[in-house]
Design a protein around this ligand. Structure first.
Ligand code: CA
Length: 359
């Protein structure tokens, strides 16, 4: 009996050891082919090229062990079906913005942009070192998804309008493409928010289906030719002060990878996150000049009383969204605490410095 047990045990051990030894070379030799679906038109400057860059990074950092094929919006699935496609495993990766998925979870909106919320620098600080990332993971876990920050546009522009906005009354009845929490705020101000994927914005504005739109900033808005369909270009982008783009990862697919490859995927997102912000910052400068000098775009700043009203309405919307659900409240409390601290510090840091430099 003892001898038989010993033999059986040894045989089991040998099988286990054999499996262990066999796995690593097998995965190393086998090319893992992943798909990335995106909410952006294929190769769209900044956002689409940012998704391409992330795919290239994963391939390069994995030494070619993971290959990622990128699909633009509608190539494999429509823009607003990216979340479901990655959740059910049709694709392993999805590049988009979390606020598109408010129909799945209202809390998702906190991870793209909050009106009068955090700047890009502060968003990264909250996500990576202020508890934000763990909260985002909690929101996506029921869908079998792992989120990662994978890009940031910096402060956006307020948007394109065909009439001047001189008072809060001018927002009444305005049908504007503006997604996420900013859209909720516009609706409190009497407007009608519309959520459209990027590719549908220009035709909608040109045909008059919408009266106004926001998109991103000079670099991206120039690429869509929005100046051909609206006269006034408003700032600042109160509704999106530093929008985080996301890469959602199918959890099962991620966990099936060897630990080093899991680290490659997560860290490639981190590099892409930083790189997109640099790309936007560099190119917005040049694109603004083109819009103003070449295309004669009229820049306008939202009046102070309009901004002040929108800020009050934003606080109301945030509090209401938070109160709907314990998880929303937990995220909002974390976000608000971080924002309050950021306000204090940024007064002495970025704000004081920029006032001194630009004043
Ligand atoms: Ca936007």
């Amino acid at each position: 009996m003892k001898r038989r047990d010993f033999i059986r045990g040894a045989a089991a051990g040998a099988v286990a050891a054999g499996t262990g030894l066999a796995t690593a070379p097998a995965q190393a030799a086998r090319k893992i082919k992943w798909k990335m679906v995106t909410t952006w038109p294929k190769n769209f400057p900044g956002l689409g090229t940012g998704a391409n860059y992330l795919a290239e990074l994963i391939e390069e950092m994995s030494g070619g062990r993971i290959q990622v094929k990128v699909f633009g919006a509608t190539e494999l699935v429509p823009a607003f079906e990216v979340f479901d496609a990655v959740s059910r495993g049709t694709a392993q990766l999805g590049h988009g913005a979390a606020y598109y998925w408010k129909g799945k979870s209202e809390a998702a909106q906190f991870f793209t942009a909050v009106p009068f919320g955090l700047t890009a620098q502060e968003m990264n600080a909250w996500l990576y070192h202020g508890g934000g990332m763990d909260l985002w993971k909690e929101v996506y876990a029921p869908f079998g998804l792992v989120p990662a920050a994978a890009g940031n546009t910096g402060v956006q522009m307020g948007g394109w309008f065909n009439k001047e906005i001189n008072s809060v009354a001018d927002l009444e009845g305005l049908k504007m493409r503006i997604p996420g929490l900013g859209g909720e705020v516009l609706s409190r101000a009497g407007g009608t928010p519309v959520s459209l994927p990027g590719g549908e914005i220009f035709p909608s504005l040109q045909s008059g289906a919408i009266d106004a739109t926001e998109w991103v900033g000079p670099y991206n808005d120039l690429a869509f030719g929005l100046y051909k369909a609206a006269k006034y270009y408003y700032y600042p982008g109160w509704h999106e002060p530093g929008s985080t783009m996301e890469c959602m990862i199918n959890k099962e697919a991620l966990e099936a990878l060897d630990p080093d490859l899991q680290s490659v995927v997560k860290n490639a997102c981190r590099v892409a996150n930083q790189d997109m912000l640099a790309d936007f910052t560099a190119r917005n400068n040049a694109a603004l000049e083109t819009l103003v000098t070449e295309h004669k775009v009229e820049l306008r700043r939202f009046p102070d009383d309009v901004l002040s009203k929108l800020k009050t309405l934003s606080d109301e919307v945030m509090a209401e969204v938070a109160a709907k659900d314990p998880l929303n409240q937990k995220i909002f409390d974390s976000f608000r605490k971080f924002r309050d601290q950021s306000v204090e510090w940024s007064r002495l840091a970025e704000q004081a410095y920029l006032n001194a430099r630009n004043g």
